[in-house]
Design a protein around this ligand. Structure first.
Ligand code: ZN
Length: 347
């Protein structure tokens, strides 16, 4: 690892990034473009934090196969060198499959560094994003499910409880599906609803042994900082705290930002700092500080840079402004009711 510690910066966090992530590039215009990562890199460069880089490496077939269908992995591998669309939203360019493997594997490497080394906090600047990728299908700009591959890897390393908190504006249907029956991975999502991909209702709580370990908080378009503060305080934080995760992975999209062109939420950059600070506090309490911010969506470059910088600083330094209160969304009360019911059934 190489240290990059700005004078006066706080204790370092792990960082995953690789210029090869830019080789996943659309032909013509597409919102999921390499410039997004350039914006996130600016956030890292200017954040009040030091970083130690984790060497990137591709995920192995065995690591991917913990959450993806082997047939799908094989199919995807055959797309090397080709260009085209796997569904109306999801493109591959010549190097995309290699890049997706590198993104997933680099997050696995970061999890290993967290388990084996002294640094708990991490930032993963990954492309392509992952949370819509299903066991046997690429979807929604996503090829391989980075966060899910990393969570499954953490389990294989003896971590008993992984919490995935997904604040991307879209529901992470792929991640939910992969851990639907698994009590060892808690999946908590806040997302705009109704909206793409159409999943993430309050009644989707997992099944079998996994019942209660999927928690969905669908929010109406226009959700403000105060609505997210309410959702966090009433559901996300109590549920994650009760679960006492040994690792927290954040599906950190920045498309709930007011500026985002694809969604209709109204978050400020500061909201991401507050959410990251609060989750960092819980990671410190139960997970030896282990928490990673993993880039998912976010399609306005200014919002990605500002939101990511705020989130990094909230997580690493614990400094972030408090959010306004006093607004709520009916989805929060409904989600709270369902989460309580589901948790009462398991405890
Ligand atoms: Zn998204």
């Amino acid at each position: 690892m190489t240290a990059e510690m700005a004078p006066g910066a706080r204790a370092p966090a792990l960082l995953v990034d690789d210029p090869r992530f830019d080789l996943h590039a659309p032909v013509g215009h597409h919102p999921e473009r390499p410039e997004r990562l350039a914006a996130a890199r600016q956030a890292v460069a200017h954040a009040a934090a030091g970083f130690e880089r984790v060497p990137p490496r591709p995920a192995t077939d065995a690591e991917l196969a913990r959450v993806h269908d082997p047939g799908f992995i094989e199919q995807l591998s055959k797309l090397g060198g080709q260009e085209g669309y796997l569904d109306p939203d999801t493109y591959v360019s010549a190097r995309s499959v290699d890049v997706a493997r590198l993104a997933a594997g680099s997050l696995v490497a970061m999890v290993d560094a967290m388990i084996d080394g002294p640094l708990g906090k991490g930032v993963a600047l990954l492309r392509p994003p992952g949370h819509h990728a299903r066991p046997a299908r690429a979807m929604g700009f996503c090829l391989l499910n980075n966060v899910a591959v990393a969570a499954a890897h953490a389990r294989s390393r003896g971590i008993e409880r992984v919490a995935i908190v997904d604040w991307d504006v879209h529901h992470g249907n792929g991640t939910q599906e992969m851990f639907w029956r698994d009590p060892h991975v808690l999946y908590v999502s806040m997302h705009q609803s109704p909206f793409y991909p159409g999943t993430g209702g309050v009644d989707e709580v997992g099944e079998g042994n996994g019942r209660g370990y999927t928690v969905n908080v669908p929010l109406a378009a226009g959700g403000s900082d105060a609505v997210y503060a309410s959702a966090f305080e009433r559901i996300v934080l109590p549920v994650v705290e009760a679960y006492a995760p040994q690792l927290v992975l954040v599906s950190a999209g920045f498309d709930a930002s007011a500026r985002d062109p694809l969604a209709q939420m109204d978050l400020s950059a500061e909201a991401f700092g507050w959410m990251a600070r609060e989750l960092g506090r819980l990671a410190d309490a139960s997970a030896k500080g282990r928490m990673a911010l993993v880039l998912e969506g976010g399609y306005d470059l200014v919002a990605v840079e500002a939101g990511m910088r705020s989130a990094i600083e909230g997580m690493v330094t614990g400094r972030a402004g408090d959010l306004p209160h006093g607004e709520d969304d009916p989805g929060v009360a409904r989600a709270e009711e369902w989460a309580k019911k589901a948790w009462a059934a398991v405890s």
